[in-house]
Design a binder for this molecule. Structure first.
Ligand code: SF4
Length: 296
């Protein structure tokens, strides 16, 4: 790797914005002692509504957070020593090689936790194949069902095409079944996150149909209500369709699709508690998820 900067504004060394025990993930990841999240700086997407834009879209500031691979491995071991249930790499796509090396180093030094790959799914299948056996849990978003929306709101081409290809590869590696330990903590599998956006922009129905038909109705879904307008979505008139929270009606429409389409496995957020969820600084929030099968 050379010291070149490309679309992801990242170079040879990984950038870590923060690492912490995180309690806002799905209950099977947060458990009682937290998910051991490592938040990489920068991102390969430029979502106009990014809730972490201070981390994902400020590459000049982020350069000061570069760390060595050895330091990244140490962070993983520190999170394990703190009692975290897993190591969750957040926005790992542009640092996949550095992440893989750090996992190997930490494993040599005794790390024994599930590795979670928490991605926007704009990943290359070729790279995912190389991660086969290194990653235990894939946690991808599936953001849009129409690539035109991916271009307008996340500034990348062919999002839906690439994300679906990537998720198919994740499913090839993991299958549809989730493996839990005796405490209900996720050890292995694929859990797809669908964030409901206002005005039907996330294409939830189409994506759920794709998951059911191309993967399996048993593929686990995490349906998320946490959207709120921030970053450019809050200020730029071009993104006016994203300038509000989702309505209760939009949320319940998405929830009813789960049953209508026969989706069997997964989690959903509570509409009321979701507005601040997922920011790294909200580490102490109570768990806002419940099991899909509990919904009536
Ligand atoms: S993919 Fe996620 S982290 Fe990256 S810009 Fe979009 S919302 Fe932000």
């Amino acid at each position: 790797m050379k010291d070149e900067i490309a679309a992801c504004y990242s170079g040879r060394l990984p950038i870590v914005s923060s690492y912490t025990a995180h309690f806002g993930e799905e209950p099977c990841l947060s458990g009682t002692r937290g998910a051991g999240n490592i938040f990489f700086g920068n991102c390969n997407l430029r979502c106009v509504y990014c809730q972490n834009y201070q981390i994902s879209q400020t590459w000049k500031t982020q350069r000061k957070n570069e760390v060595t691979i050895e330091r990244l491995a140490e962070m993983m071991l520190e999170l394990e020593a703190r009692g975290c249930h897993n190591i969750g790499f957040v926005s790992p796509t542009h640092f996949a090689p550095q992440m893989a090396r750090a996992i190997l180093l930490a494993t040599e030094q005794g790390l024994d936790l599930p590795i979670v790959y928490n991605t926007n799914a704009y990943d290359s299948v070729e790279v995912l194949k190389l991660l086969d056996g290194l990653v235990d849990v894939y946690l991808p978003d599936l953001k849009y069902a129409d690539s035109a929306d991916g271009f307008t709101y996340s500034k990348v081409r062919d999002y839906t095409l690439f994300a679906r290809r990537a998720i198919k590869e994740m499913h090839r590696q993991m299958g549809s079944d989730l493996t839990f330990d005796s405490d209900g903590l996720l050890q292995r599998g694929l859990l797809i996150r669908l964030l409901v956006l206002p005005n039907g922009i996330a294409g939830i129905e189409e994506n759920l149909r794709w998951i059911r038909d191309e993967l399996s109705p048993r593929t686990a879904i995490s349906l998320m209500a946490q959207y709120y307008a921030t970053n450019k979505a809050a200020t730029d008139q071009r993104y006016i369709l994203l300038s509000r929270r989702i309505s209760e009606g939009e949320w319940f429409e998405a929830v009813s699709l789960l049953e209508e389409l026969g989706i069997e496995e997964g989690f959903m957020q509570e509409y009321e508690s979701a507005s601040h969820y997922y920011r790294p600084d909200f580490a102490d929030r109570e768990k806002p998820f419940r099991d899909i099968r509990d919904f009536e």
